[in-house]
Design a protein around this ligand. Structure first.
Ligand code: GLN
Ligand code: ZN
Length: 762
């Protein structure tokens, strides 16, 4: 049985380059080692290569304008000339662009924040009602033409008006960016008019992921109005509305009667979309079946079955096969991963390999299993899928047995009981001072770790030199008078990788870079199998630190939820089960630290908040298991062992009860942005454990003065009782220089002492 060929569609493609070429040349330009023409040249080559890669692998719908020198939201702001006043005087386009992203000496950078529940960060546009808007479409049109010149007709990617506005912020006093829709729609319309002149039939993909985040009626009305307007104003252009990361059932309904060419739906993270397909009402379905967020090989048989099921609801000719979201969120290609275990590697698929998956599935679907070559492709795929399911590398009976036999899941004692027990052990002054764990990562430290990896020095030599670092770190902390010391994390490259490298079930890529923001990329570990610990991971260096001082030393571990959320996770078992396995490993580590005499342990959950599902209906479930895993991880702590946790930049107002259930003795959080308001909320909602609200922002090189810090601490004490407050910076210090850290912490201690005296006099 042969059908019309199923068209293949890629939502977006990575742009940083197979070998991070864009990162390298852009940074070289920033440092003055390259001129901007070189950046333009390399960008052009990359775009061409990416288009050709897709074409060569049989992709029908290839995007232009998915490329960006820094970020696509920033590109949209520039497209509309929504340039904040403080950058307008900069003449050169690219200088102004990078200044907006990174700031200059006298203009702070625009804010950056996480793109939904990914680890990608976008630039937040700053909008106001009386802004001078104006269309600058040369990038959008230019990229289409660039591709056309090499014989590739692209669809044009844009961020849709509703998502663009909803993710922007007003800087004119209003807090309602969506209100600006009437001002922006005409710009979108004239952009579409210019686009319509590019060619007879042009396709435009509008990304509208905002619509999967529990849209309210107003957002849905805006969505409907926007696309009605665009469809009516420029009938010649084929409009596509694309959503991802969860289901968009309300949006499908809201757009029912709007004349769109197609809708892109994520069927991996939003299978609920299936229930709303009947409302597509003649629009084509871009079926996001190949996972754009994870790195596992697609199960062809399953995808073929899904397609068959879809054909019962949507006319077969109206279906296109797609990635579930942009491939920006996965590394470029597996072809460099020669050091990976071949068996594990055979289970994986990065961006370029996913292109082949799309065309394989399309081919088998359209020409049938009997057509030449198809059966072989399908069988090979199914063999790999089965091999992975049955592989001994994945299943560790001991880990499973242990999971089943856990009896104690929470630690002993209530917070009040523990606090009493701990106060007799630690004898800390009021407002105890501490840090979040890391101290500056100097070049010499980085080189030291590299030397060990390359085999240039022995383990013993390495240990010795790390101990020297710990010595000076402890000596520094004693000298400036901190109360609870840390070893400084000199042995850690990254807070997740460090633990993953010592655990079974984890694999590491060589070149598996994923863009995080601008030129910054991360290389997430891959969790492929059951997780266990071979031996203690941190006890050696932390107990050494403890032996060098009489003050308490706080051991620092990364928490299970964060290790999970910052990795590519196996998809053959529930995330909650993977997390539980990590929790058990951390629990053993805490046990060992206790045996070694460490009385305070901080379990970092920097990425706790970013794991939240986008849909309210799914949040409870996540919270429940995430909290349980944290509790399990610290369940080995004795009453007298003080458990700290730390969370980074996020909004905590809606999870205070959850933090309470985590029940850490001390919670160190960032509050510099939301300030005292947040602390009051903590107090009002009855959060009763200790809190260490960061007293200064470590992301800035500025050294806070004693006066500022004293004021800040006094402020804190207006919102929280002094008996429950700890004093610390708002995050780890690894990205700072000693020249900043040293005076900042000194000032922090001086300020704390001043406030202590005031308290004593009261
Ligand atoms: N303990 C880690 C550090 O101090 C925490 C890092 C983080 O919160 N991202 O670096
Ligand atoms: Zn942090």
């Amino acid at each position: 049985m042969t059908q019309k060929r199923l068209k293949t569609y890629v939502t977006g493609y990575p742009r940083i380059g197979e070998n991070r070429e864009l990162k390298k040349v852009t940074e070289a330009f920033w440092e003055g080692r390259e001129d901007f023409d070189t950046v333009t040249g390399i960008s052009k080559d990359l775009k061409a290569r990416h288009w050709q890669d897709q074409k060569a692998r049989g992709i029908d719908f290839i995007s232009s304008n998915d490329f960006s020198l820094y970020d696509s939201m920033l590109d949209m702001a520039v497209l509309f000339n929504a340039v904040p006043e403080r950058f307008r005087h900069i003449k050169e386009d690219h200088e102004r662009y990078f200044a907006m992203a990174r700031g200059t000496g006298n203009a702070v950078a625009m804010e950056m924040t996480k793109w939904f529940n990914t680890n990608y960060h976008y630039i937040v546009p700053e909008l106001s009602a009386n802004m001078d808007l104006e269309l600058h479409p040369h990038k959008v049109l230019g990229e289409f033409n660039e591709a056309a010149k090499i014989g590739i007709k692209t669809k044009i990617n844009l961020i849709g008006p509703v998502t663009f506005l909803a993710l922007s912020k007003r800087v004119d006093g209003s807090d309602d960016p969506l209100n600006l829709l009437p001002a922006f729609l005409p710009l979108y319309v004239s952009l579409l008019r210019s686009i319509s002149e590019l060619s007879d039939e042009v396709f435009v993909q509008f990304d509208e992921p905002i619509i999967v985040r529990d849209p309210d009626d107003r957002t849905l009305t805006c969505l409907k109005t926007a696309y009605e307007t665009l469809a009516r104003a420029v009938p010649g252009v084929r409009l596509i509305v694309t959503t991802y990361f969860d289901h968009a059932t309300e949006a499908i309904e809201a757009l029912r009667d709007v004349d769109l060419f197609a809708m892109g739906l994520d069927l991996v993270c939003g299978p609920e979309n299936l229930l709303a397909l009947s409302h597509l009402n003649g629009k084509k379905l871009i079926a996001g079946i190949v996972d754009g967020r994870n790195i596992w090989k697609n199960d062809y048989q399953r995808s073929l079955s899904t397609l068959q099921a879809l054909e019962h609801i949507v006319r077969p000719d109206d279906i296109m096969l797609s990635t579930s979201c942009s491939l920006l969120h996965v590394p470029y290609t597996l072809s460099h991963e020669t050091a990976l275990d071949p068996e594990i590697r055979s289970w994986m698929s990065f961006a370029r390999e996913k292109l082949t998956e799309l065309s394989d599935i399309s081919k088998i679907h359209s020409t049938g299993k009997g057509a030449p070559g198809n059966l072989e492709i399908l069988q090979t795929n199914q063999r790999i899928i089965r091999d992975r399911q049955c592989s001994l590398r994945i299943h560790d009976p001991a880990v499973r047995r242990r999971s089943r036999s856990i009896t104690q899941r929470v630690r002993q004692g209530s917070f009040a009981e523990r606090a009493t027990a701990q106060s007799t052990v630690f004898k800390l002054p009021p407002l105890p001072t501490t840090t979040i764990g890391s101290f500056p990562q100097t070049d010499s430290l980085r080189k030291l770790r590299q030397d060990l990896k390359r085999g240039a020095i022995t383990r013993d030599e390495y240990g010795l030199r790390i101990r020297n670092h710990i010595d000076s770190c402890i000596e520094f902390q004693e000298r400036i008078g901190l109360d609870v010391l840390v070893h400084g994390e000199p042995e850690r490259n990254d807070m997740v990788e460090y633990f993953g490298e010592q655990l079974s079930g984890f694999a590491f890529t060589r070149n598996g870079w994923v863009q995080s923001y601008g030129t910054r990329c991360v290389k997430p570990p891959v969790i492929y199998g059951d997780i266990s610990r071979r031996e203690p991971m941190t006890v050696d260096f932390i107990s050494y630190a403890r032996s060098r001082t009489r003050k308490p030393v706080k051991g620092i571990l990364t928490g299970p939820v964060t290790i999970l959320n910052w990795s590519f996770v196996r998809d053959d078992i529930e995330r909650s089960d993977v997390c539980e396995q990590i929790a058990l490993v951390i629990r053993d580590e805490i046990e060992d630290l206790q045996h070694a005499g460490i009385g305070i342990v901080q379990v970092d959950e920097a990425a706790f908040k970013e794991g939240y599902p986008l849909r309210k209906e799914k949040r409870d479930k996540y919270e429940r298991w995430a909290v349980k895993c944290f509790q399990l991880a610290v369940s080995s702590a004795r009453m007298t062992t003080q458990i700290h946790t730390h969370m980074c930049y996020s909004d905590f107002t809606d999870i205070i009860q959850t933090l309470e259930r985590m029940d850490a003795d001390v919670l160190a959080i960032e509050t510099s942005r939301s300030g005292n308001r947040l602390l009051k909320v903590f107090n009002d909602r009855g959060y009763s454990n200790n809190i260490g609200p960061g007293v200064y922002d470590i992301h800035s090189p500025r050294v806070p003065t004693v006066q500022e810090l004293t004021d800040k601490i006094r402020q804190l004490l207006l919102a929280l009782p002094a008996s429950r407050v700890w004093i610390n910076p708002d995050c780890g210090l690894k990205t700072r220089k000693w020249a900043e850290v040293s005076p900042s912490l000194r000032n922090m201690v001086t300020a704390t002492r001043a406030v202590r005296r005031e308290l004593a006099e009261r």
